[in-house]
Design a binder for this molecule. Sequence first.
Ligand code: ACK
Length: 991
Amino acid sequence: SRFCYSHICLYLLPIFSQWDAITEMDEQNRPIHTFQVCHVMEPNQNNWLRSGWIQRQAAQRVYVELRFTLRDCNSIPWVSGTCKETFNLFYLQTDDPLPAATRFRPTDYAKVDTIAADESFTQTDLGDRVLRLNTEVREVGPVTLKGFYLAFQDVGACIALVSVKVFYKRCPATIRNLAAFPDTVPHMDSSSLVEVRGVCVENAEERDTPKLYCGADGDWLVPLGGCFCSIGHEEMDGYCRACRPGFFSAYAGNKKCSKCPPHSSSHDQAATICHCDKGFYRAIKDSSTMACTRPPSAPRNLVSLINDTALFLQWMPPADTGGRKDITYNILCQRCDGSDGDSGVTQCEPCEPDLRFIPRPLGLTGTSVAIIDFATHANYTFHVEAVNGVSGLGVAARSLANVTVTTHQAGPALVGVVRKDWASQNSIALSWSQVEQAPPDIVDYEVKYYEKEQEQLSYSSTRTKAPSVVVTGLRPSTVYVFHVRARTAAGYTAYSPNFEFFTTPEDPDIADQGQVLVVVTASVGGFSLLVILTLFLLITGRCQGYIKARMKSEEKRRTRFHSGHVPFSGIKTYVDPDTYEDPTQAVEEFAKEIDPSYICIERVIGAGEFGEVCSGRLRIPGRMDIAVAIKTLKGGYMDQQRREFLREASIMGQFNNPNIIRLDGVVTKSKFHMSNCSFFECSHFSLFPSQIMSFYPFSSGRPIMIVVEYMENGALDSFLRTRDGQFTVLQLVGMMRGIAVGMTYLSEMGYVHRDLAARNILVDENLVCKVSDFGMSRILEDDSEAAYTATGGKIPIRWTAPEAIAYGKFSSASDVWSYGIVMWEVMSYGERPYWEMSNQDVILSIEEGYRLPAPMGCPVTLHQLMLHCWQKESGQRPHFNSVLSFLDKLIINPSSLLTLVNDVFPDSPEDMPDYPLFISIGDWLDSIKMSQYKNNFLAAGYTTLDSISTMSIDDIRRIGICLIGHQRRIISSIQSLRLQLHHIQQSGFQV
Ligand code: ACK
């Protein structure tokens, strides 16, 4: 007789078998097929029941669930001695089903287990005894051949076998972190996990290789990596869905699609950009997340003012800025003197080229300009044009305001006849007489001259205080036209009539010697003067590009950061565990040993350097439960690894500060065996602890753990990345303050962290930041290689001070440098310092004086503090306690945080760091170590700093600077200079 269900059959064996196939009815009158045996009266029973051949399929570990009833012998009278209460489960592996005629040989079968009933009879309220169904599960195997048989041996019990379920576990196909993972069969060895790579779901792309681990119980563990939704898509219920019309997503990521910025729209699905509405534009540098903008309206209230020597134009910004902040102004000038005799129409022509505009005619960022060297008795029309980043992109008319100015001459010509005193082939000496009654207050004379042949196409001019001059640099045998005018306190007078003189012919025997050059070239423009005059001004930097930041003087630094700094005393000092002959002693001294039965592991939260990090609870009898994080040491560790791992605990155990991760204790001594899982018993927790166990193959038999306080929000860097833009500046400063408190404590204990970075700061549920990760400090001071390699990793270049990278000189001052980087990470919500620059480029740039610019929305004061932390000289960096008191002042006076680097410039020079100002192109290029390009600039006509301030990257290329690194260095320095120029204008300097 046989009974099959879903391919599995049980057979009554022709031999040995006293089992019966009996069909009974259950309460609902449905048939139940059972196999029963009940020869309890007779001794020496040996009754077998065997299954058909069961294919193993993909199973690595096979489970058998038996449901049966078993009468207890007490319930059957007269059976003592012969009645049994167990039966046995056997199996036999084969690659093929056995031929039908094969004799059943019990000795071929391997025993799985003896099965006993948990419940046999239960007493009911009425005194009846009810037979209870038992369920038992056993693992069979390992099964490696293609199939197997199960067999049940009765040795004299009263059994009804109701069901036999044979199964294996699989991790079901799933989607995690936007990656799909296939249905997976766990590993045969329960202690190792099957690593499975996921495939990004549709419209997603890989961020970090997505991985999951399939555990022995068919559960997925430790999701690592994952995918991002591609541009134009957003995450929705584990999939990436296209942005709806009106929305867009410009970057791959798990952010929601954003609504189109103002004045733009998207009509299709999956938009990666919203196109500007008609009449609105985006400048090339505008990001796609910015609103579309339009050209500004015309400047308002343009007025002119004229005094003795200068003409001023002033105006107000346009009523409509077009939605942009990058407004500049251009001054266009026309001279409209006489009128056309016939038509009466005024004749206008471009203004004389010698009209000078201060600071310059084009690209003005302020709302005023001074004009000098204008002609007297002339009618000028000035057009002030407002432009912004999108002017010229459309067909809109130019935004102009006009004003007409009539200049009056400061007096009649004072210079009469101009005489030639002598001439050589390259020079002509002139002198002149004043007209009668010339006023005594002539300031100087201007001599204007040009080659007669050239007419006025190109002319030169020179100034002299005396009524004579030697004009040099002339060509031999050439006729020159001269005219001279005087300048009094009231301005220029009219020019003298023209006088023509010629130089002598070229004669090699006549040397042109001994003439004194009194020419003052016109190229000494107002701008250089301006820069020299305003050297005292201290200028600030801004957000984009690298900033050459020369730090404040020692003097200022001391008053800022060192006043009131009292060296700390009375705090215990840090003891380096490496000074212990036996590091275990250090662990014993500084870390409490915890009985592992007090620890309950809930889940795996990440992977540390030495093993997984879990969260759980610490339940010390008589005390409240506390949430803890448990760092584990991977199984199979070497003694050295154990020491390294526990070294962190012996460091952490010495600290006691609210902003340092608290060590609750260590597990080092437990003699734990896999079979004894008592210390994982944690019944009311959701995960079955064997998942955790399968994770830690404690092959050595001793689990090693470090138990620390649990920080709900995890590591600061990833926390900020997921909460981009969600905190107030004050909250961010609060986080930095916490870190500064922890670091002040560490530095006062004499402990140097060496790996201070946002990833090593943990954040609790109340946003309290605590310093953690005390692994790096193991680098030995006297190991010259150690600056570059620490056990298990390299120095974190982007976070490390230059002297620590170069000479391994780690100190609290190098920790201060790292702290500055952490400040930057905080203000930029977890941005990677120096973005994608290579480590080598970072080192070189730092060496050249470049520093990270302020992140967007960063208060000036905070960026200044960062720059202080990044002083090249470690001795000039602030101490942590000064950093702390500085932050406290900001917190007490939050208005100090209102000035953002990227909008307004500071009012007071005292508030600004020293940025270098240069007075010549040569000085400037020397300062950025680009002296080799002096000639390129000069040859292309860039002779003043003013002229380079408007150069673009294309201009830089055009003058022959080909190396990209050099182009970048020069353009970022120009950006910084431009800001300085802007500030000079803003600071109220009047010509
Ligand atoms: O960003 P996370 O969630 O925060 O991922 C890492 C991971 O373990 C590996 O270090 C987390 N982690 C480490 N220590 C703790 C702790 N004390 N509390 C909470 N999470 C922690 C860390």
